[in-house]
Design a protein around this ligand. Sequence first.
Ligand code: G6P
Length: 612
Amino acid sequence: MCGIVAYLGDKHAYPILVEGLHRLEYRGYDSAGIVLLDDEIHLVKKKGKVRDLEDAAGGTPKRSTIGIGHTRWATHGEPNDVNAHPHLSGNGRLALVHNGIIENYAILKKALERLGHTFVSETDTEVFVHLIEEYQTRDGISIEEAVLQALNRVIGAYAIVVVDKEDPDKLVAARKQSPLVVGVGDDEFLVASDASPIVKYTNKVVYLNDHELAIITRDGNLNIRDIANNHVEPRVEEIDLKIEELEKEGYDFFMHKEIHQQPQTIMDCMRGRLNVQEGWIKLGGLEEYKKQILQANRMIIAGCGTSWHAGLIAEYLFEDLARLPVEVEYASELRYRNPVIREGDVVLAISQSGETADTLAALKHVKEKGATIYGIVNVVGSSIARITHAGSYIHAGPEIGVASTKAFTGQVTLLSLMALMIGYERGTIPLTRYEELISELGQIPEKVREVLAYEEQVKYIASEIKDTANALYLGRGYNFPVALEGALKLKEISYIHAEGYPAAEMKHGPIALIDENMPVIVIATNQSAYDKILSNVQEVKARKAKVIAITTKGDEQLKKYADYIVEIPETMEPFTPLLSVIPLQLLSYYIAVMRGCNVDQPRNLAKSVTVE
Ligand code: G6P
């Protein structure tokens, strides 16, 4: 949802900014731009990808050691050259990049127009930079003082970086509800939406908090103030992110690499937390608030997209293993409702990025109502990780493909550990079953590896159905959320209309759509409702659909009805989603590749949705 990068130091800023924009491109990719500063502002911006920006900048961009860059996911105004960032002030003195939405921009724009400002773009961001200009010229104040005044006028969400050509050794950055990290190197600073453009240069970072302003100067000063102009002591943290984790490492697409990383990432999620031999599960991040979880009367889970699907699986896990009532909510709905929060309720947010605006807002909303809030997050140091009372990281490493894969299995692994830990401590799982379950969970990475070995078969099925206009995904029980996730993956990256449905619900509507042109992907592993789903498959087959079944190894019955089969190894029912989702990820991946889609950067989507 827009990526920001800025540099101030002794190196040539242009290549650093461009490389940083490539790393941030997953956040938005409809246009990009940079400003390099010396005595003048040198602006290049272009509709399209960062590659298009590089073409527009030509081979010999201006030498400069300070600059700002932006890759955009449009909110106000269509993606074009003019609406691309950076935006300049009317007097051409200031340049600004922005991630977020200024909600009162229309009122501010009118007020500024009355004062003689004219605007060239349709963006809220241009209003922001004109507002700063207005304060700066009206009051004859420094750039940071003018930014501070403007921040007190704007309503909405922002991460910004501003430069001033009259003060060319300074970056001014600020955040509210959109992430911003300052990298502190030797004689240089970087500012970015996440740490990925920074790690090549330094592992020391300062995460800005909401309502904070950073003033960074060439003499090595990082001065942080809050919106009331009080000094804030910068807290420098060390991050552990390796540059290889941000590369494709031989794969054509990040999504493909991330699908294949899953045996490892699931293991990383369990490392130090699950000890099968000694029979314990420890989630260090929850320790301090463990009592509240163990005594909880109800758990509310909030998330968006794929993370919401992981939440649906958690509903099955917590009810089944821990006998804990669960409600799963779309964060975007929860944030505007008036939910009843009682003593003993806990709220769990699930988010890969830890920055999704709706999830963050829902958490703040229920926190104000007195709930204890937990986070299951991938990105270390992200906003959700910082506002929750307690939580656990899934340790999946950077997920760059827009369609979530390894984060989903990481979330489900973590939720499985949590459900088992609560169930064990609440005494809702008999000891022998608990032991069997944790031993089986320990086997999951190896079983995921076995599923990945069926890749060629899935690729073949993809080639058979790639031209379809629609697809239906059916599952029951633990596999119902997997059906939703499979359908979402296909929609996201191949632009095929797909629906996930609880298999038995199919006869209340979707069955009307079934004919010989409809591929139906049925997740039919040999568990509780197996006979029922077998009947659903027969119903589908009777209407001549092409049936693709995900079954348990050795299942002979389904072979009679399905046109294509992908087998997964036998496992215990609560862990089935960790295996059954893998062929669905591969299926959508190959269909998208065969249709010539840009798998990692599907149209209109962004990895991290930091606006409403
Ligand atoms: C976007 C992404 C999805 C993701 C969702 C929630 O829509 O494209 O892949 O599932 O946001 O993101 P989060 O970071 O909160 O898990």
